[in-house]
Design a protein around this ligand. Structure first.
Ligand code: NAD
Length: 249
């Protein structure tokens, strides 16, 4: 075990309240592309330009074709060891898990009380916000029967139940995340480029409140200078190694 892995495992053993923030990198080992990685393109279009309200207004069918493709890929994927280790930490060690991911893989691994900052790719709601369709509901049909899918209440289009770039987060969910960041003694940031706000702001928020910060990411990010311990590793490999050392202590 490297010195950094030892230090991370020791910090986890000492911790009385651990909060973990995850991003797309956690699902990379399940075969789900990140947005900023080499495979973050679909039909040569950058993912960030599709995940906006403006893109949906301009071409809802194109945006739904992209979501339909991602939903198919995610349905065929399985949680990887990173999801399983983190889910176990939420169940057995009371860790609080916050994710920017919309793929549902933390949930499928059995994570407890997950704080989902950016919604779910399996949720939809009425684009026109009709009275009956304004709240999210589950639609896990793959592939979707019509693109764009229609609201069963008013016949308008439905939109994915995710937070797009430029949209505000649900205030109550953000509040839960901020509290989890400011009340922990150990904060792990795993597989996120730390450029999407307000999620990325949770890292300095935890640090200012006195937490030790560990970053797990093969690449340096905007959060690296805030981290006390950096593990330049893939999420599944790092988390499995730390978990083994906790179990074998
Ligand atoms: P991002 O695409 O901006 O960054 C991904 C990060 O993961 C990068 O820093 C990269 O170095 C790192 N990474 C790549 N492979 C890794 C691995 N095996 N282990 C650990 N880290 C690895 O993703 P983000 O920071 O989560 O922000 C993008 C936004 O896109 C989020 O809001 C999220 O909702 C959304 N998104 C979600 C999914 C998903 O649900 N699976 C996928 C793509 C994007």
């Amino acid at each position: 075990m490297t010195a950094s892995l030892e230090a991370a495992a020791a910090a986890l053993r000492r911790s009385r309240a651990t909060t973990i923030l995850t991003g797309a990198g956690v699902s990379a080992a399940s075969g789900i592309p990140t947005f900023r990685g080499e495979d973050g393109l679909w039909r040569k279009v950058r993912a960030e330009t599709l995940a906006t309200p403006e893109a949906f207004e301009n071409d809802p069918k194109l945006v739904w074709e992209w979501y339909d493709w991602r939903r198919g890929m995610i349905r065929d994927a399985a949680p990887n060891p990173a999801h399983h280790v983190l889910a176990r930490w939420t169940r057995d060690h009371g860790a609080t898990l916050i994710t920017q991911n919309v793929d549902g893989l933390h949930e499928r691994a059995g994570a407890k009380d997950l704080i989902r900052l950016h919604g779910s790719i399996w949720h939809v709601r009425c684009w026109r916000r009709c009275a009956a369709g304004a709240d999210d509901w589950v639609n896990d049909t793959v592939p979707l029967e019509t693109l764009p899918p229609r609201c069963p209440h008013c016949g308008a289009m439905v939109r994915p139940g995710v937070v797009w770039f430029g949209e505000p987060l649900d205030a109550a969910i953000l509040d839960r995340a901020m509290t989890a960041a400011s009340s922990c003694d150990l904060f792990l940031t795993v597989g996120t480029s730390a450029v999407v706000y307000p999620a990325a702001g949770l890292i300095p928020h935890a640090k200012r409140a006195g937490a030790t910060v560990i970053e797990i990411n093969p690449d340096a990010t905007g959060a690296s200078s805030t981290a006390d311990i950096t593990l330049r590793m893939k999420a599944d490999e790092a988390l499995e190694a730390i978990d083994r050392s906790l179990v074998n202590r």
